[in-house]
Design a protein around this ligand. Sequence first.
Ligand code: PMV
Length: 320
Amino acid sequence: MRATARAQPNIALIKYWGKRDSQRNLPAVGSISVTLDELYTTMRVELDGALDHDELRVNGSDARSMLPRVSRCLDTVLGAERLRARVTSTSNFPIAAGLASSASSFAALVAAASAASGRNSTVEELAGLAGRASGSAARSLYGGFVELRNAADGIAVGTILDGDTWPLRIVAAVTSKAPKPVGSGEAMEVSRRTSPFYSRWVEEQEMDLATARDAIVMRDFGKLASVAEHNCLKMHSVMWASRPPVVYWNAATLACLERVRELQSEGVGAFFTIDAGPQVKVVCLPGDEARVIDALSGTDGVESVLASGIGAGATLVNGD
Ligand code: PMV
C-alpha cells in the first residue's frame, strides 16, 4: 500500500492563464511546455488503515498548510472513501516560488497515489487527475516538449518532440525565494474577471500555439524564441492590467530581461520566459549555456542560478 514517484517541473513556453471551468480546474487555453530534467520532486504515498487523517511532510518538515490541497488531490485519485495517507515530499529546488513546484509535486503525487492503491492508471488518466489539482501539473506526466490541448470535456496532453531530438538547455535565475504574494489559481480568476486584455489573450492563444508547435517540430529556435517571449509578456500584461493588479516581478526580474536582450544582441541563442513568480527562465542553445549562466549569475539581485536539460515524464521509483 505504498509507492514513490518522481516528477520534474515544467516551464511553459506558451502559457496557461485563466480557467474555463474553475470547479473542474479546466484551463481556458491550451499551453506548451518543456519538462525539466535535473530539478525534481519525489513523493512517497503510504496508505494506512490505522491513520484517521492524512499526514504531509515537505522537505523534512510538517506541512499542515499544504495538506488540504494534497488531501483533495488524493480524494480525486482514490475517491473520498479512501484510506488516509502518509505523504512525504522532497524537492531539490525552492518550492512555491515560481519554479513550478506544484507541477512536479502533483504529477508525482497522482502517480504515487495511484500505484500505492494498486490501480493501473494510464498516463492520460494520471494527467487528467493531476490537472484537477494544478493545471500545469498535467504536463509534467509527459517528457520533452509537451502540449496540453482543450478537449470537449477535459484536456488532452501529449509530447510533441522529445528532448533528445532537440536538447535545449534551461537556465533559471532565482531572484527571490519568498512565497508568492498571491497563488496562480486565485490570480487567474482576478484576471478573468477584471483584465480588459483577458478576452483578447484567450482569442490569440490558438495562433501562438500553432506558431510554437511548428517552431518545435521544425527546430526553429528563432521562431520559438519570438513567440515564447511574446506570449509570456502578453500573459503578464493581462495580469498587470487586472484589478487588483497581479505583479510577480521584482527589480532583478527586469534586470535579467535586459541581460537577455544584451546576450541576444551579441548573437547568443537565448530567450526568456517568466511564470507566476519573479524568477526568469532562459531557454538557450547548448553551446550558449555557459555564457547565459555567467551573465545571469552576475546580474544584480540574482540569488542563484539553476540549469537543466529537458527530461522525461513522471516515473515510479522502484524499491519502495
Ligand atoms: O498550474 P498552476 O495553477 O500553478 O498555473 C500555472 C500558470 C503559469 O505557470 C503562469 C503558466 C503555465 O502554463 O504554467
